[in-house]
Design a protein around this ligand. Structure first.
Ligand code: NOJ
Length: 577
């Protein structure tokens, strides 16, 4: 009787309030130090077009991801971030969303998505979606309606303005766009629409009109989108292009800056269309909703200093839990001091860092850092860096294999529109989005059909099947490193204690926790280095070192007078008293 009463109560609750949000129970604080799951997580970014093609049409899909969850589990990641898989004309390969509440048929169905979430849950792999908050596709119903007339319901959901200097009534009378702002994708930022004789604003392609976040209806609609997916069990969102959510309502011209950009246009300081203070209001609203579902927000936060990055956490920790630190991706060359200074500044800021070394918009790290002679060793060393620092890490698919950039050879081969607009200076982002390399067979085992982008020749050696058999491969290195990161308390909880602060070549640090530490030593130079450490100031007067990992070819020898580090050698050891 008692049971049937409570079943009735649950049924009544469901009748009145609908299904309880599925996500709640999954994302509670996890450890003795009060850390949440995402603080120890490695989030694996998947570009769904390029990961695995289950139906052999040349494009990856959700089923393809699902079929490889065991691979990801074995690799040792905690969550996948899937770049946009919503219905889209695919002008910007999904970053032009025409319906936020569905899955693009190219990638599958909502039930494929639900199955992916459920299968991920069984393996303790959470699913994070990419939320394009700044703009929609011009084929979204909101924009179609907005464009239809000046008095349409959604007119004010986007940024429409009269041209400057004209009578505002005829194309001839509209001499110039409303101001001098530029689209970051090499086109003008304003597109004229003859139907209503006004311009609309787009920070990206003309097919990506900017939403007007000053309109409360827009904010409400976007919060509802997040609720739709939270209820389906997503663990959070990566928020796209948050810097550009707001524009100066007075449309003040941006001031000029020296030089020209990669599209040959005069540079300007994006003072009036980027990083406006109101962005933080939107972050707080999105966070409030995320908190209702115990979910996490990652931000695509392009910042030029740590203070800007800190702002994205919110003065009261009420904005993004995980604003990406993308600053290291812009460093030129490998200079220990540059990394040391940056990491010190990030730690001093007192927030939980989120390290990233590459993604679908950035030349792959293997290519960017590689010197042609030590590429694998450098890639392992850089992996050791971003995966042993105090903080969360976001890795890009294929990094664990040493996938390299495969840039188009001619303008005709380019798929990414910015590569066509900016050729040859800007080749676009195809090179970093090539198919995942599963085997050394045709199309790297990604698809039986011709893939939408070609695989590089290096797929012959750098692929899952081949690397799985080689104990010294990048893949096995990543597996060991990720296992260590998840099991070693000093790496999970330890503080960051820099060592040998003046060494121009070798970056070294401890992660200390409860009287133990992990020592990480990275030779960022192409020459052998000898290094010794005085660990007494760090609390280890008589340290004992037990080696945990090095990068096979660049073996490092521990001797009485210190470590002999090979070019780009890395060395990780457990330190006890
Ligand atoms: C940032 C995304 O990462 C990029 O791929 C996209 O083109 C722009 N935002 C526009 O959405």
């Amino acid at each position: 009787m008692k049971n049937s009463k409570s079943i009735c109560a649950v049924a009544l609750f469901m009748l009145l309030f609908g299904l309880p949000p599925a996500a709640h129970a999954q994302h509670q604080p996890v450890d003795a130090e009060g850390h949440q799951w995402w603080q120890h997580a490695v989030v694996y970014e998947i570009y769904p077009r390029s990961f695995a093609d289950s139906d052999n049409n040349g494009f990856g899909d959700l089923k393809g991801i699902d079929q490889h969850l065991d691979y990801l589990k074995q690799l040792g990641i905690d969550a996948i971030w899937i770049t946009p898989c919503f219905p889209s004309p695919q002008v910007d390969f999904g970053y032009d969303v025409s319906d936020y509440d569905a899955i693009d048929p190219l990638y599958g169905t909502l039930s494929d998505f639900d199955k992916l979430v459920a299968d991920g849950k069984q393996r303790h792999i959470k699913v994070i979606l990419d939320f394009v908050v700044n703009h929609t596709s011009d084929k979204h119903q909101w924009f179609i309606d907005s464009q239809s007339s000046k008095t349409s319901q959604h007119r004010d959901w986007y940024i429409w303005r009269d041209g400057k200097g004209g009578d505002g009534k005829s194309p001839e009378g509209i001499a110039q766009p409303p101001n001098n702002w530029l689209s970051t994708f090499g086109t003008p930022a304003w597109t004229f629409d003859a139907k209503t004789n006004q311009y609309y604003y787009h920070y990206f392609y003309p097919e990506q009109p900017d939403l007007n976040w000053r309109n409360p209806a827009v904010e409400n609609a976007m919060l509802d989108v997040t609720r739709f997916w939270y209820k389906r069990g997503v663990a959070g969102f990566r928020l796209d292009a948050v810097d550009t959510l707001y524009e100066d309502p007075a449309l003040t011209d941006n001031p000029p800056a020296p030089g020209t950009d990669k599209f040959g246009r005069a540079n300007q300081i994006e003072k009036y269309n980027k990083k406006l203070p109101e962005v933080h209001d939107a972050m707080r609203a999105l966070r409030k909703t995320a908190d209702e579902y115990n979910s996490v927000l990652i931000g695509e936060t392009w910042t030029s200093n740590v203070s800007q990055l800190k702002d994205y956490y919110g003065a009261n920790h009420d904005e993004l839990q995980m604003p990406m630190d993308l600053m290291m991706t812009e460093f030129k060359g490998l200079h220990a001091q540059q990394y040391r200074d940056h990491i010190a500044a990030v730690n001093a800021a007192g927030q939980w860092p989120v390290y990233v070394i590459t993604n679908h918009d950035i030349i792959r790290s293997y290519t960017r850092y590689g010197d042609g002679a030590h590429n694998d060793d450098i890639a392992k060393m850089m992996a050791a860096l971003y995966l042993t620092l105090r903080g969360s890490a976001i890795m890009y698919y294929g990094e664990e294999l040493g996938m390299e950039n495969n840039d188009p050879k001619s303008r005709e081969d380019v798929q990414d529109p910015i590569g066509k607009i900016g050729w040859p200076v800007e080749k676009g982002r195809d090179g970093e989005r090539t198919p995942m390399q599963w085997t050394d067979g045709p199309n790297a085992g990604f698809s039986k059909a011709k893939p939408w982008l070609p695989v590089p020749a290096s797929a012959q050696t750098h692929n899952v099947e081949t690397e799985a058999k080689d104990p010294d491969s990048m893949l096995n290195f990543y597996r060991k490193l990720l296992a260590m990161r998840h099991n070693e308390p000093t790496l999970l909880e330890g503080d960051y204690f820099p060592l040998n602060n003046d060494d121009p070549n070798v970056l070294a640090y401890l992660r200390r926790y409860k009287g133990e530490a992990t020592l990480v030593v990275l030779n960022m130079s192409a020459t052998p280095q000898k290094v010794g450490f005085d660990l007494a100031p760090a609390g280890f007067a008589t340290p004992k070192l037990t080696e945990s990992l090095n990068n096979a070819h660049a073996k490092t020898a521990a001797g009485a007078d210190g470590l002999s580090m090979q070019p780009f050698g890395m060395f990780i050891a457990k330190v006890t008293q």
